[in-house]
Design a protein around this ligand. Structure first.
Ligand code: ZN
Length: 503
C-alpha cells in the first residue's frame, strides 16, 4: 500500500473513534430531552462538558494536524475523489476547531447556559431588561468568535458560515431581499382577498394514543424506517442522527390540535430521512454527515410544506385522517380542510406562522442579527426595532416582549446566524423540488396514491448519499443546472396561494 493510502486508512480509524465519542454525546443530549429525570440535569451538563472537552482535545492535537497535512501532500496522486473530499473537510473542521481557544469555548458555553436560564425567566415575565445584560454579553462573545473564525467583510458572515458555509453574506442578503420584495406586497394582496378559511374548524378532541399511531403511520409511509430509528416526545421537536441505522426524532402533542403535532412530525421525519439516507460506509467521516444546516432544513421543509401541506398529499391521507378522527373531519370536505391548513395570517409567533409569513419572521431576524453583529444596533434598542419592523413587514402590533423579541431560544444559547437557514432551506427546497418534478414524470400521481418511494430515491441519489462531498452551491448547480435562486420558491408561493385565495 502506498504511503498516502496507508496514512489515510489510519486517519479513518482515528476519525471513527472520535465519532463514537461524538455519537455518545449525542445520545446523552437526546436522553436529556426525552428520558432524563429532572434532577439529573446537573450531572448531565457536567458529563457533556467533560466529554466535549475530551473530544475537542483529541481532535485538535498537533500530531493529528501534522498527519492531516502529510496526507494532504499525497492527496492528489494517491487518493480518489471521495477520499480527497474527506481530507478537505476534516482539515476544514480541524482549522475551525483550532481557531477558537479552549478557554474561550468554555466561557461561551458557560455564558450561554446562564443566558438560557435567564431567558426562560425573562420570557415568562415578558421582562426584556432582565435578559438584556446577558444578550449584550452573548453579542460581544459572538463578535469575538467571529474574529477568531475570521471573515472578510462582516463579522456576521463568519457566524452564517457555521450553518451554511457555501454562501457569502452578500449572496444571502440578495436572496432574502428578493424574497422580501415579493412577500410584503403579496401578503397585502392575500389579506385583501375575500376568501377567509377557518382553521378553527380543524380543532377537536384527539386522544394522544391515536395521534401517536397516526404520526408513526405517516412517517413510515413517507419512508422513515422505524427499524433504524424511533419517535419520542420532547418539549421542542428535534432530530438526532447517530448513524443511518439509529436516527431518533421527537414531537410534542396537543390534544385539541392534531395538525399542530402532525405537521412538525413530518418536518422532523424529513430531517430523519436525510440522516437515514447518509451512507453507513461513510460513518465517521464528513461524507457521513449532512451538508449544512440550511440543506438539512431544505429536506425537512420540503416534506413539511411543499409535500405535507399539498393537496395531493392529503388526497391520500385525508380519508385516513377522517377515519381515525371522524369528528370534526367527516364534516369538512377536503378542499375546505386544505384551505384551512394553508391559512395565511400575519401573526406574532414565528413557529406558528404559515408558509408565506414565516419568511418575513426570518428576514426580520436576519436583519437584526446583522445589525447587532456589525454594531449598527444596540441591544437596548432591540425591542423597539423589533416591534417597528413587525408592524412594517407583517402589519401586526406586538403587545409585549414575550410575544416579540423574547420568543425564540436561539440567541440565548449563542446561535446567532442560525435563523437564515430556515429561509435558505425553503429556497433550496423549492428549487430542488422543481427539478425533481422534471426528472420524475407524473410524480403527483405517486403522491396521490400514497407512494413516496420514487421521490425519496431521487433525494437519496442527488442529495442524501453525498454527505459533505460537495458544497450546497455545487450540489444545487449539479442537480438543477442552475445557481441557487429564490425564483422557484417565489413562483411556488405565488402559484399555490393565488389559487387558494382566488387572486
Ligand atoms: Zn428543522
Amino acid at each position: 500500500m502506498k504511503k498516502g493510502q496507508r496514512l489515510f486508512q489510519e486517519l479513518l480509524v482515528d476519525l471513527r473513534k472520535l465519532y463514537y465519542l461524538g455519537s455518545t454525546l449525542q445520545i446523552l443530549a437526546w436522553d436529556q430531552e426525552v428520558k432524563m429525570p429532572k434532577k439529573g440535569g446537573k450531572l448531565r451538563s457536567e458529563t457533556i462538558e467533560c466529554l466535549s472537552g475530551i473530544l475537542h482535545e483529541k481532535f485538535t492535537t498537533s500530531s493529528f494536524g501534522t498527519r492531516l497535512r502529510k496526507i494532504k501532500k499525497f492527496s492528489k496522486q494517491q487518493l480518489n475523489d471521495e477520499q480527497q473530499a474527506i481530507v478537505r473537510e476534516v482539515l476544514h473542521d480541524y482549522h475551525k476547531a483550532k481557531k477558537e481557544p479552549k478557554a474561550f469555548v468554555e466561557l461561551f458555553a458557560k455564558t450561554a447556559s446562564q443566558a438560557q436560564n435567564t431567558w426562560r425567566e425573562a420570557k415568562q415575565k415578558s421582562d426584556f431588561p432582565l435578559f438584556q445584560p446577558y444578550l449584550t454579553k452573548i453579542v460581544k462573545l459572538a463578535r469575538k468568535r467571529a474574529n477568531y473564525l475570521g471573515y472578510r467583510t462582516s463579522p456576521y458572515e463568519a457566524l452564517l458560515h457555521l450553518f451554511e458555509p457555501a454562501l457569502t453574506l452578500t449572496e444571502i442578503t440578495a436572496l432574502l431581499e428578493e424574497l422580501k420584495a415579493f412577500l410584503i406586497p403579496f401578503l397585502k394582496i392575500l389579506q385583501r382577498s375575500p376568501v377567509n378559511p377557518n382553521p378553527q374548524r380543524l380543532f377537536g378532541n384527539f386522544p394522544i394514543e391515536k395521534q401517536e399511531k397516526l404520526n408513526q403511520y405517516v412517517a413510515q409511509r413517507i419512508g422513515f424506517d422505524f427499524e433504524a430509528g424511533r419517535l419520542d416526545i420532547s418539549e421542542h421537536p428535534f432530530t438526532s442522527g447517530l448513524h443511518p441505522d439509529d436516527v431518533r426524532f421527537t414531537t410534542r402533542y396537543d390534544k385539541e390540535d392534531v395538525l399542530h403535532t402532525l405537521i412538525p412530525t413530518i418536518h422532523e421525519a424529513g430531517h430523519g430521512l436525510y440522516e437515514q439516507g447518509l451512507l453507513a460506509k461513510n460513518f465517521g467521516t464528513p461524507l457521513g454527515e449532512a451538508l449544512s444546516i440550511a440543506m438539512h432544513e431544505a429536506q425537512s421543509r420540503l416534506w413539511e410544506n411543499i409535500i405535507g401541506r399539498s393537496k395531493i398529499f392529503w388526497q391520500f391521507f385525508y380519508p385516513r385522517l377522517q377515519k381515525i378522527f371522524p369528528k370534526p373531519f367527516r364534516s369538512i370536505p377536503l378542499d375546505d380542510f386544505y384551505a384551512a391548513l394553508n391559512t395565511v395570517k400575519a401573526s406574532l409567533i414565528r413557529v406558528a406562522a404559515d408558509e408565506v409569513t414565516y419568511n418575513l419572521h426570518i428576514i426580520l431576524r436576519f436583519e437584526i442579527e446583522k445589525e447587532l453583529m456589525e454594531g449598527a444596533l444596540a441591544v437596548s434598542n432591540l425591542p423597539r426595532v423589533w416591534n417597528e419592523r413587525m408592524k412594517s413587514y407583517l402589519g401586526v402590533r406586538v403587545p409585549d416582549n414575550a410575544h416579540g423579541v423574547l420568543q425564540d431560544i436561539h440567541w440565548s444559547f449563542g446561535s446567532i446566524g442560525y435563523f437564515p437557514s430556515y429561509a435558505l432551506g425553503n429556497i433550496y427546497a423549492a428549487q430542488l423540488y422543481h427539478q425533481a418534478q422534471k426528472d420524475l414524470p407524473n410524480l403527483e400521481n405517486d403522491f396521490r396514491r400514497g407512494h413516496f418511494e420514487r421521490f425519496l430515491a431521487w433525494q437519496r441519489k442527488h442529495i442524501h448519499r453525498h454527505g459533505r462531498r460537495y458544497r450546497s452551491t455545487e450540489l444545487i448547480q449539479a442537480v438543477t443546472g442552475e445557481k441557487i435562486s429564490a425564483k422557484y420558491f417565489i413562483d411556488y408561493l405565488r402559484t399555490k396561494y393565488s389559487e387558494l385565495y382566488k387572486l
